[in-house]
Design a protein around this ligand. Structure first.
Ligand SMILES: NC(=O)c1ccc[n+]([C@@H]2O[C@H](COP(=O)([O-])OP(=O)(O)OC[C@H]3O[C@@H](n4cnc5c(N)ncnc54)[C@H](O)[C@@H]3O)[C@@H](O)[C@H]2O)c1
Length: 241
């Protein structure tokens, strides 16, 4: 049986990596899916390949999100699920992070997540039941080293904000956050093996986008009906190892 039959899900950052793998899985599980992404060409190509609706939008911009959410809702018959997978990475630390770089990372990863939830909340409320999954990072739970100050701050913010919004949208809408460890996507191309990241993982390897999509599916489906405000690490055991 398909686990998302009748669901209508919007996925940010759906043109690549974890967002794209989630969109593919959700379509296979029977959901009507809309993806949005900053990259207009890639979002159109991905939507065509997967068989879903796709639109260009910038999560830093409330107006762009409002029109994308309205467009998505019109195309797929409303929105009762949101997955916030848009994100960007930065490897600078305390001394070499400029105020502009700090603001750039926060604008996409933290403010962008907030704005996407704000833009879709009216549709989720109209649906009367729904789910929001935010994608933070394992480094928001346990930073790996001295770098990525802005990125870690943004992801810690997403984890804390998830709990606040889970209380605000309960009981009709469940809100959870997934914290991936290193996952092989375009964001981490040439980075995971070079830095021997896998050595820190109990499972001794980086994750695949499909493995994140499976966890996102669980938190979006009714199988997680008693779970809200939870932080789920999907990280091969890095945060306990
Ligand atoms: N890959 C990993 O190892 C890893 C680990 C921990 C957390 N994450 C998080 O998972 C999420 C997905 O990452 P990924 O690895 O799939 O990356 P990715 O680069 O493959 O995909 C991210 C997508 O977000 C889009 N995007 C970027 N800025 C945007 C904006 N302003 N508006 C709309 N879309 C925008 C990009 O165009 C891209 O398609 C991110 O939040 C990332 O921080 C990834």
């Amino acid at each position: 049986m398909q686990r998302l039959q009748g669901r209508r899900i919007l996925i940010t950052g759906g043109a690549s990596g974890i967002g794209r793998a989630t969109a593919e899985l959700f379509v296979r599980e029977g959901a009507a899916v809309a993806i949005l992404d900053l990259d207009a060409k890639r979002v159109a190509a991905t939507a065509e390949t997967i068989g879903c609706m796709g639109t260009r939008a910038d999560v830093r911009d409330a107006a762009s999100l409002a029109s994308a959410a309205a467009e998505a809702a019109a195309a797929i018959g409303g929105i009762d699920g949101l997955v916030n997978a848009a994100g960007i990475f930065s490897a600078t630390g305390l001394d070499d992070t400029t105020p502009e770089e700090f603001a750039r990372i926060l604008a996409v990863n933290l403010t962008g997540t907030f704005l996407a939830i704000q833009a879709t909340a009216p549709f989720l409320r109209t649906a009367g039941a729904g789910t929001v999954i935010n994608i933070a990072s394992g480094v928001g739970l346990l930073p790996t080293g001295p770098n990525s100050t802005a990125y870690v701050a943004s992801k810690g913010g997403v984890i804390a904000m998830t709990k606040a919004i889970a209380m605000e949208l309960a009981p009709a809408i469940r809100v959870n956050v997934v914290c991936p460890g290193a996952v092989e996507t375009p964001m981490t191309a040439g980075f995971i093996r070079d830095n021997a990241v896998a050595a820190r993982y109990a499972l001794r390897r980086p994750g695949q986008p499909d493995e994140l999509a499976a966890a996102i599916l669980f938190l979006t489906s009714d199988e997680s009906s008693f779970i809200t405000g939870t932080t789920l690490a999907v990280d091969g055991g890095r945060t306990y190892h």
